[in-house]
Design a protein around this ligand. Sequence first.
Ligand SMILES: *Cc1c(COP(=O)(O)O)cnc(C)c1O
Length: 415
Amino acid sequence: MSYEDVREADPAVADALVGERHRQRETLAMIASENHVSEAVLEAQSSELTNKYAEGYPGERYYGGCEFADEVEELAIDRAKELWGADHVNVQPHSGSSANMAVYFATLEPGDKILSLDLTHGGHLSHGHPANFAGQLYDVEQYEVDADTGRLDYDSLQDIAEEFEPDMIVSGFSAYPREVEWERVQAAADAVDAYHLADIAHITGLVAAGVHSSPVGVADFVTGSTHKTIRAGRGGIIMCDEEYADDIDNAVFPGAQGGPLMHNIAGKAVGFKEALQPEFEDYADQVVRNAEVLGETLQDHGLSLVSEGTDTHLVLVDLRDSHPDVSGGDAEDALEEVGIVLNGNTVPDETRSPFDPSGIRAGTPALTTRGFDEDAMETVGDCIARVVDNIGDVEVYADVASTVEDLCREHPLYE
Ligand SMILES: *Cc1c(COP(=O)(O)O)cnc(C)c1O
């Protein structure tokens, strides 16, 4: 995309858009929730469908002129059903948080009880944090990962469930490096007759490709983001059995949203088609292998990983053992200076604050999209460790920055 028309209409925004393109080309996107969509998804998202009102669902819209909107939404739904093997799919949520909101609206009354993972242990705001609508509307109790192993403790989850008697148990996380055993969460939900929402926001792509086990057919509801490991542009998705189809559709529209973002749904349709190609499995497989190599490289440099490794697309580094004087925020800032963009993150049993936590979270989905293989990931791991070992050393920063530049040049993006 040239942005020629934007430049003519609005040079300030054109400058920012071009600046962002260069930023993405010239830095390493290692925020675990980020990825780079294809040019085809970008084009679909900027199509004339942004003009179209299509409240309702395909074949039952409140407005005329929806024949192409219907076509696009049906394609997105059919492809999602094929990708995840779901009975019923709603592709209208504007984001993963909106998808969760719709599931709560479909199943709970204000004041009902939600049991979810603590945010500082890897949960998500929309699972019931006090600053989020979910924490304000519902009565929330939280479970934690085992502080020693960094892994979910399913027995303790079941004990808390039996004590608290929730109406809904939420699984699926933002900063959990290990495979989730959905059946064990389901067993806890069954024991107390609660709904189970599995929020696979981060791992939608890994689940679609079969490199992470699937909660579809296990949990009552599965929600996801469409812009993380599945490269289908920004948005959300809900999957469920046919028995909940009407409740979910009504909770999305008119319950929680107005008109769907049809241009984004077009992006989802295109991204889902791409994910149905055999190469997508290779991609997802490489994402996980790259995360493993990244983790091993950091460990070789003496850094500690929560759960001592990863099964997924991300690693969570606990800096307290190796670098007690370096906070996650310090590391994030230093790494950004050399062109490695990731985030400071809380770790289980956090002893600092959520605003300046003890860990960093790093993901491989975006770099893998750019073609990074295990060797390149090892170089990236070396770079991260060197910066964390030498906070404030401008000579080291300059050296690492030039390695990052080389890596970016060898793995071009949007050219
Ligand atoms: C990213 C994420 C979401 C959705 O976030 P949005 O920004 O609203 O799309 C939901 N749940 C989890 C666990 C996430 O990591």
